[in-house]
Design a protein around this ligand. Structure first.
Ligand code: AHM
Ligand code: MG
Length: 291
């Protein structure tokens, strides 16, 4: 590697580290927003979902802090139409508050982020790092970087609790979004078989459901629906970062045909059918269900 390439790789590395630290630091303020900004804002996001005040607060907070990092060129989020810009070389895409409809019943919620080398919309193969925070009984953070996944508990200081998160070989849990009647016939048949093999865990927040898969092994899906073949979840902000994490942990991701990291989005807010988990289960899903 030439000296200048070396220097720019080292700079990118520092920027990634700062993005991760900034998100970890912001987590306590997001927790406060979850506790205090519970009302509907009366607005909808670009996907047409109603926004809560906490969604907007988390988005503003991350925009300000992420764009304040030297080396970050753009901030894109599920909660805003346009990409916000600054000077720099790396691009951050986020779902500031994933699962915010869980605010009312006080269930799990999280923050998802991906750091891309190209401005979104772009391929998941352009991710340099990705991670998520869970605002659960404790605030935890899972980060995938350099082919390795680590888990931290956040608080006054970050505590590393697992320095090599891997999807367990023997799958135990499953969680599928969308109602049974909204699934395709092929997915219904697949789900019926899986139901007899694994234990149901579905909480309504993808980050928490996927963290169960990382912990116990299994499969999470928000599949193509009869009335909505593109599924519900967004590729850039949810699908690609979570696929990057699960694949780095030894699992697989798929839209039904190929890895979510190989899809090439045309639109920033594009949706995708999403299936993530143990490779054996995702392989089976691809052959029995497809897209
Ligand atoms: P959000 O990002 O607007 O909160 O929506 C995404 C969430 C996922 O976390 C979760 O898997 C899914 O939507 C839940 O949808 P449903 O309410 O249909 O089960
Ligand atoms: Mg979300």
């Amino acid at each position: 590697m030439s000296k200048s390439l070396d220097a720019s790789a080292a700079q990118a590395d520092r920027t990634v580290a700062q993005v991760i630290d900034t998100i970890a630091d912001a987590a306590s303020d997001v927790r406060t927003a979850i506790a205090t900004e519970r009302e509907h804002s009366g607005t909808v996001n670009p996907s047409g979902d109603e926004q809560l005040a906490a969604d907007l607060r988390a988005d503003e907070l991350f925009e300000e802090r992420i764009l304040g990092i030297d080396g970050v060129a753009t901030y894109a989020s599920e909660e805003r139409e346009e990409v916000a810009t600054s000077d720099g070389r790396l691009h951050v895409a986020m779902d500031p508050l994933d699962g915010s409809s869980n605010l009312e019943p006080n269930s799990g919620m999280g923050t998802i982020f991906g750091v891309y080398t190209e401005r979104p919309p772009t391929k998941g193969r352009n991710l340099l790092a990705a991670g998520f925070v869970i605002y659960g009984p404790v605030t935890s953070m899972v980060v995938a970087r350099d082919g390795r996944v680590k888990e931290y508990v956040l608080g006054d200081e970050q505590r590393l609790v697992d320095d090599d998160v891997t999807v367990p070989d023997d799958p135990t849990v499953f969680g599928f979004g969308g109602g049974v009647d909204s699934w395709t016939d092929e997915f219904q048949t697949f789900a019926e078989a899986v139901r007899h093999e694994l234990k149901l865990r579905y909480g309504g927040a993808m980050i928490a459901d996927i963290n169960q898969v990382l912990t116990y092994g299994g499969i999470f899906a928000y599949p193509a629906l009869e009335s909505r073949p593109e599924g519900k979840l967004r590729l850039q902000f949810e699908g690609q970062p979570m696929a990057y994490i699960v694949e780095a942990a030894g699992g697989r991701s798929s839209d039904g045909e190929q890895s979510l990291l190989d899809l090439n989005p045309d639109e920033l807010h594009e949706r995708t059918p999403l299936h993530l988990g143990n490779a054996s289960l995702v392989d089976r899903l691809e052959s029995e269900v497809g897209q």
